[in-house]
Design a protein around this ligand. Structure first.
Ligand code: KIV
Ligand code: ZN
Length: 524
């Protein structure tokens, strides 16, 4: 592969520091990412994620697929009304209804984009769309034209582009640009392509589509064969000016290219790619944590850039080298991607400002109300635990973030007894609005099971537990225990998170978090 061309540059730096193209980062965590099985986020969570994406310098935020559901529409609209600094994009199929709905949702943003897509590969044309090639071109052009009628920033994606015949792909792309598309995205929808093929396909488009210079060419790679990041970088080498990606690489099936990986690859190997992005890389770890928490999808320990082990050196030889000179074994510094330098300790005497400041360093900007609530929990925790570490603060803040604004059920009190050869007993009191209700159960095969029974009895909501994970947020026997729960109710999956130094309490809080999600979905 040759060095980067300058076709379709999003922009070029001619400051004298070397011509570095600025590659646009288009984040689709809230759209393709949310399509990950079990990853749905509520309105508050989506807004929180969008705000962090904008603060970190993401150029375009694909906030959702407005026609998909009323909840999706509301989330995109709220993000368009609230989030500033990034272009807000809504996805639509090439149909009038979809495009009108997308525009309705994004029109309040100072900078907005409509993203229309239509499948172009033979396999999709024949079996899914049942359309002839001419009909596909016609529909694509009509979709782009309708979107252009609303908005001058229009992206067109020929879905399954990487399995589309070259001649036909060139024809569709040319027609879409003629119709007014300003970005042409070339998705590897099924994650089938290899880096070399991607490079050749993008080069082919740059060479053969006569009006290609009128649009930014973009890459959108899925990770089915584990090549999404490599493929995205190959596209950049062939002239792509935009990368579509998601935080932690979440997305449909095996996911999309991971934002943190493409950004750090372009930055760390700028000598090779001669490209840069607008991303504040110190926000990568906080963004990863936030997305992991809000989607319930945990980040593997050895995940590049943001995994817990990404900068951990275990072998003696490596540790020795690191002590002598960091660059012997480290190509990036942990601080550059947002790992905190110190695990600063707060305690009982730390004030609200110190807590807000620490939370900010860890990547969370709390509103007045959020800070008030987290501070209350922080004080309660400080009474139980002498030293409070970053992990504790992250757990408290993230629990607060995943709580719902209109929380219906909350914990008032509980007493649990259990023992060897004794049935567990739980006496539980919950609040719902102004009303408190207490139930006593003597059922289950342990205190956690008994807590499940008691919560179900009071709320009247039956749950099937699909996954239950407890982990300690920090070191030490007095560490906060975080429970992550996945439950099923009426065939749908819901998540819940709860934190406390007492694991039964964490469980009850996680259950209530899930139940509040069920109730809020019923209400919307
Ligand atoms: O993977 C894909 O093809 C998509 C399109 C909607 C861009 O997500
Ligand atoms: Zn996709």
């Amino acid at each position: 592969m040759s060095q980067p061309k300058t076709v379709n540059d999003a922009s070029t730096d001619t400051s004298g520091s070397g011509a570095a193209r600025t590659i646009k980062i288009f984040d689709t965590t809230l759209r393709d990412g949310e399509q990950s099985p079990g990853a749905s986020m509520n309105l508050t969570e989506k807004l929180e994620v969008a705000q962090l994406l904008a603060e970190m310098g993401v150029d375009v935020i694909e906030a959702g697929f407005p026609i998909a559901s009323p909840g999706d529409f509301e989330a995109v609209k709220l993000i368009a009304q609230t989030v500033r600094g990034s272009t807000i994009c809504g996805l639509a199929r090439c149909s009038d209804q979809d495009i009108d709905r997308a525009w309705e949702a994004i029109k309040h943003a100072p900078s907005s984009r409509i993203h229309v897509f239509l499948a172009t590969s033979a396999i999709h044309r024949e079996f899914k769309l049942r359309m002839s090639p001419d009909e596909v071109v016609e529909r694509a052009v009509a979709g782009v034209r309708r979107a252009v009628g609303y908005c001058d920033d229009v992206e067109f994606s020929p879905e399954d582009a990487c399995r589309t015949e070259h001649d036909f792909l060139c024809q569709v792309v040319e027609a879409a640009i003629d119709a007014g598309a300003t970005t042409i995205n070339i998705p590897d929808t099924v994650g089938y392509a290899t880096p070399r093929e991607i490079y050749d396909r993008f080069s082919m488009l740059c060479e053969r589509v006569p009006n290609i210079d009128k649009a930014v060419i973009s890459t959108h790679c899925h990770d089915d064969l584990g090549m999404a990041v490599a493929n995205s970088l190959a596209a950049v080498q062939a002239g792509a000016g935009q990368i579509e990606c998601t935080i932690n690489g979440i997305g449909e099936r095996a996911g999309n290219a991971a934002l943190e990986e493409v950004v750090m690859a372009l930055r760390t190997r700028s000598d090779y790619y001669e490209c840069k992005t607008n991303i504040d890389t110190k926000r990568l770890v906080p963004a990863s944590r936030l997305v992991s928490k809000t989607t319930g999808i945990q980040v593997q320990r050895n995940k590049a850039i943001v995994g817990r082990n990404a900068f951990a050196h275990e072998s003696g030889i490596h540790q020795d080298g690191m002590l002598k000179e960091r660059s012997t074994y480290e190509i990036m510094s942990p601080e550059d991607v947002g790992f905190a330098k110190t695990d600063l300790v707060l305690g009982k005497h730390s004030g609200r400002a110190a807590l807000a400041d620490r939370a900010k360093t860890l990547g969370f900007t709390l509103t007045g109300e959020q800070l008030r609530e987290v501070f209350e929990q922080f004080k309660a925790l400080a009474d139980k635990k002498k030293e409070i570490y970053d992990g504790d603060i992250i757990a408290l803040v993230q629990q607060q973030i995943s709580g719902l604004a209109d929380e219906q059920w909350s914990l008032v009190d509980y007493v649990v007894t259990s023992g060897h050869r004794r049935s567990p007993q739980v006496e539980l009191t919950l609040r719902h609005g102004e009303k408190e209700q207490t139930e006593r159960v003597e059922q289950g095969d342990g205190p956690i099971d008994a807590a499940f029974w008691a919560v179900e009895k009071i709320t009247g909501i039956e749950l099937v537990c699909k996954d239950f994970r407890v982990r300690s947020a920090t070191l030490g026997r007095d560490a906060i225990g975080e429970v992550n729960l996945e439950v099923e109710h009426k065939g749908r999956s819901y998540r819940g998170v709860g934190v406390s130094t007492d694991s039964v309490e964490s469980t009850i809080l996680a259950m209530l978090n899930a139940i509040n999600r069920i109730e809020s979905e019923r209400a919307s």
